[in-house]
Structures are given as C-alpha cells and as structure tokens.
Design a binder for this molecule. Structure first.
Ligand code: SPV
Ligand code: MG
Length: 573
C-alpha cells in the first residue's frame, strides 16, 4: 500500500502517537535517498514546527538551542532528556515531515544513548543528532568557553550504540563533530568525521562557525565516505543552497532562524503595544483567524459536531416567520410561508432538519401571520402581535431579548443545504452572513427575478476561476440592501446570519440605542419596519465587521408562486 493511500489510516493513528517513522513523508532516510538535497528548518515548539512545514521545508530540526531558549535557559545541557523529548514529540504531533532531534551529547554515555534512541524512535522522531562535546555541553557559538571534546573512540562508541539500539530501519543517526568549532583543525575534524561514519553514522555533521564555506569546502573535498554530509549555515549565511549542494552537503539545517525571527517580531510589537493601544499593533500581528487555522480549529469543530452530544450546542436558531406580504396569494391564505408543504415536508420542518443535522437543537420561531398554523413540535415560539405593521428587526429582537449565547437568525421562507449551515457555524467572527455568489452568474445570464433581492457588496473572497467556485476567506460585507445597483452588487444575502454571543449582545445594544429614533431607517420607512438588511447596514455604518461565508447556490427562497413551483420541482421529499 502506498504511504499516501492505504497506509494512511494506520499512519494517522500512528502520527497522533508518533510512531510513523518508517512510513512515507516521515522518513528522513527516504528523503535523503530520493532528493539531491534535504533542507530542514529549526523549530523550538510545535507551532514553529508547523509553520516550518507550511513554509515548505523538508524536515524539522528540533533545536536544542531553540528548545532551551523558549524555556529561557542557555543551550548548555540545562534541559533534561525528557524535556527535549517532549518538545520534539510535540513537533512530531504537529507536523507530517521528518523531525530530527538535536540530542546534544546523547544525554550521557553510550549506555544512556541506548535509551535515548529507544525513546526518541518510539516518539516518532525520524533522526537524532549526537555531538562529540563533553557533558555539559556549551552552545557552539558561545564565546569565551574552554572547549573540551570527548575522545574520538568514546563518541564513536555512542554512534555504534545508537545504531544498535534502533528498531526501525528508517531511523537515522547523525554524528556531529565540534572539532572545527573547538579550533582543533581540519585533520582532527576529518579523523573524527571518518571515525563516526565508520562506526555506522547515517550522516555526518562537521560543525563550523566560519563566516564562509571555505573550511567546510575543504572538508567536503577530502570526504572519502559514502555517508552524506550535513551543513548548518548559522555563520556562513551568505552561502546559497545550490552552492552547499554542489560542495557536497546533502542535508542543510537552518537551525535557529525561526526563533530569532519570532524574537524580533515579538519585541517590536510588544514595544509598540506597551506605548500605545492594541490597535497600533493590530495590522502587524497575525489575525486571530490565522491562529485558529494554525491550531486546527476546524478539526475541533468537526469533531465536536461528530462526537459531542447535540443537545450541548450553544447556538440557538431564530426563524423569522411573522410577516406575510400576500405575494403567494391563495396558498398562504391559511398559513404563513414557513408552513407551505414541499413534497410532504413544510419549509419549517426542512429548516429544522438542516439545523438539527448541524447540532442545533434550540430553535425559536417568531410567529405572526396565521400563527395558529405554525405548530411544529419541540420548538420555542415567540409571537409578534404587531406583525402587520412591523419588520424583521422587531421580530428578531422579540426573540433575541429572551435568548442567550450565539444566535443563528434565518428567514422563514428559505430552504438550504445542511452544508451551508455547517460552513456558517465554522465562522469565527461576531457577525457573519451567508452570501450567494451565483448572483453574478444569474446577472450575466439575465436570469435574475424581477422582484427585489437582498443584494450585497463585499470585499475580498472568491471570484469565479475558470468556471470553478472556490470560497474565499476573510471576506467582509461592505453594503447590503434591496436598492443597491444590480451592476455593483457582487452577491445575494440568503437570509442566514450568525451572531456570536458578543455579536448578539452588540445587536441588542445597537437596537436599544436606536429605540424611538424617528424617521426612515436605511431602506425602511421607519425603525419599526426595518428589515434584517437595514440592521446589518446600520452595524456596518457604525464600523462593525460583518464577515461573509460565500456559497454558490444550495438554497432557495419561496417568495413567489414561481419559487414554490420550483421548490416542488427541485427539492427531494
Ligand atoms: C541547535 O540548534 O541547537 C544546534 C545548531 O545545535 S547550532 O545552534 O547552530 O549549533
Ligand atoms: Mg544544539
């Protein structure tokens, strides 16, 4: 079975528990065999490892320097083996590429190395690197350090012990010599490198703190073993990858750049933050949504809807079903639109099914016109006695004042795919509306209905790409209403709005501030007759963000008899 195919289930399970080295992308050995050069990026924790993978690196270097630094201690054998192991294991869990663990001196002598290999291999780590410093080591770049190296035989013994301890044939042992760092010269570096290769090392790292590649080029030229050479360009920073490759370095490790990048970015933003407001750094820091994506919030949500009891859903749906404009004539003489039957199920029952499928059990319906006909069991009802003279905003508030938490508000005459609700529920903003991009297509084809549509102007997001619809991210609503020019509008509001608990509180507060305001309100004659779109435009005018979830069809509004006939023709029973 291929690694990306049949082995995937085992591998995903194993990934969680870190035991996937011998398979596919986790194998550094395979990467070295298949590629001319493997480029690893230093990481100090799971998140930096994930970012390194996303940046396109082939492997992760679980840096001793970095793992120490994020615990604010020097790179000087201060951390224990378990602390290093846990940090590296977290990187394995957060990524799918090989993780190379910097094991310093191996955490003891050759006997300790046996245990080191067993533990790191069992954690899913693809490779370890052990260096010939004496314990306690000092970072290769610390100045003023008397550098002592372990005897070559002792380190070769550790390498042999490491090789004998590995169970997985894919596991890689990198031997590192500090001879050049300690100033012991080219010949000693070669002697050690050869001894470690002969002891069974799978790759050899001759560390250098020279400002250019010259001394390492000499090492590579003199190299007379098949064992691949490894470079760590921390000081010879001007050397490009292709030059390292042609010099003979098959594995390149950018050991600490991610940590140093993070320190500069944090220090600069924190300085500005301390001196000013959060707004002053907002544009230069990652949006919250990016962090949500990085840590897999979507996966959490999917798992919640899959495995948690549905009654725990914190979202309450509010169906606005009070009004009636008589547009459907006779068929709504004794019932509102939400109670129209479409192939054996009413519109409201269809809505309940789609909401339930997404874990929403709390459903409130605001009734008005022919309210006695709205009697689907197990729903909570609110009655808008003034439905004939009032708009959706009044109906919504009637329910919203009594309800807590996040609210999903929907028109009573729309039917929609379950998937639209699923996507809306994944939204992370405080106010999110669903926008149909098929509007542009209908406009182009001249198939828009003559009746009023809730049009929108948005910013960002999907534009048709070679006939393919790809929903965008970070799409914001800019304007909404029925009087927007059809040429200017780029979508249609489908009547679904999700308000987080904070978003719902904001709406209540804005409505309270508006109460009693005389005169017209956006497209409405007055506040009492305002629709949901008027309320949304008011929120936009006040500077609040309204996010959009983009869809392409998948819903239907029953606004006319023609719509009703189409629903019968297109919907299943
Ligand atoms: C580390 O990242 O901990 C290393 C590489 O050992 S270096 O710091 O460049 O020596
Ligand atoms: Mg190190």
């Amino acid at each position: 079975m291929s690694d990306e195919g049949g082995g995937l289930v085992v591998c995903m399970w194993a990934k969680r528990y870190g035991r996937c080295v011998s398979r596919g992308k986790r194998s550094l050995r395979r990467a070295l065999a298949e590629r001319a050069q493997v480029v690893a990026c230093g990481a100090h924790d799971a998140l930096s490892a994930r970012l390194a993978e996303q940046a396109g690196f082939d492997a992760i270097w679980a840096s001793g320097f970095g793992i120490s630094a994020v615990r604010a201690v020097p790179d000087a054998s201060i951390l224990t083996m378990n602390e290093t192991l846990e940090a590296a294991r977290a990187m394995v869990d957060a990524t799918t590429i090989p993780v190379i663990a910097d094991c310093d001196t191996g955490f003891g002598n050759a006997i300790n190395v046996l245990r080191t290999v067993q533990d790191f291999e069992a954690a899913g780590i693809a490779a370890i690197c052990i260096e010939d410093n004496v314990f306690p080591k000092r970072c290769s770049f610390y100045s003023g350090v008397a550098r002592e190296l372990a005897p070559v035989e002792e380190h070769a013994g550790k390498v042999a012990a490491a090789k004998s301890a590995q169970r997985d044939p894919e596991f890689v042992v990198i031997a590192r010599t500090e001879a050049l760092i300690a100033g012991w010269g080219h010949d000693e570096a070669m002697r050690r490198a050869r001894a470690y290769a002969d002891a069974g090392a799978d790759a050899v790292l001759v560390h250098s703190k020279a400002p250019d590649l010259d001394e390492l080029r000499c090492v590579a030229r003199a190299w007379d073993r098949p064992t691949p050479l490894v470079a760590v360009p921390t000081t010879y920073i001007g050397t490009p990858l292709d030059e390292l490759q042609s010099a003979g370095f098959r594995l390149v490790i950018y050991a600490n750049q991610s940590l140093r990048a993070a320190v500069v970015a944090m220090r600069e933003s924190l300085g500005r933050l301390r001196a000013g407001r959060a707004l002053d750094v907002e544009r230069e820091i990652a949006p919250l949504e990016e962090i949500y994506r990085l840590v897999g919030l979507d996966e959490l949500r999917d798992n919640e809807s899959r495995y948690l009891p549905m009654s725990g859903s914190p979202v309450t749906a509010v169906v606005l079903a009070a009004g009636d404009d008589g547009a459907l004539g006779e068929i709504t003489a004794d019932r509102p639109r939400c109670m129209l039957d479409v192939r054996g199920r009413t519109v409201l029952e269809r809505q309940v099914t789609a909401l339930n499928a997404n874990g929403i059990r709390e459903i409130a319906v605001v009734r008005g016109y022919r309210r006695e006909a709205v009697n689907v069991p197990n729903l909570r009802y609110f009655d808008n006695e003034q439905y004939a003279q009032s708009g959706e905003m009044v109906s919504f508030l009637l329910a919203a004042r009594e309800l807590e938490g996040s609210l999903l508000c929907l028109y009573g005459d729309v039917v929609f795919d379950d998937a639209i609700v699923a996507r809306l529920l994944r939204a992370t903003g405080d106010i999110t509306v669903v926008v149909d991009r098929a509007f542009a297509e209908s406009r182009r084809l001249g198939t828009l209905p003559p009746s009023a549509l809730d049009l929108v102007v948005t910013e960002g997001g999907a534009r048709p790409e070679a006939g393919r619809f790809v929903p965008g991210e970070g799409v914001r609503l800019r304007r909404i209403g029925q009087s927007l020019a059809r040429d200017e509008a780029d979508g249609e509001f489908i009547g679904l709005v999700l308000l987080s608990a904070a978003g719902a509180a904001l709406v209540r507060q804005v409505c309270a501030e508006l109460a009693g305001r005389p005169g017209g309100f956006h497209e409405a004659l007055d506040l009492g007759r305002a629709s949901l779109t008027d309320l949304l435009q008011e929120l936009l005018d006040r500077g609040h963000d309204v996010d959009c979830v983009e869809v392409h069809k998948g819903w239907m509004e029953i606004d006319s008899f023609a719509d009703y006939r189409r629903a019968w023709a297109e919907l299943r029973g």
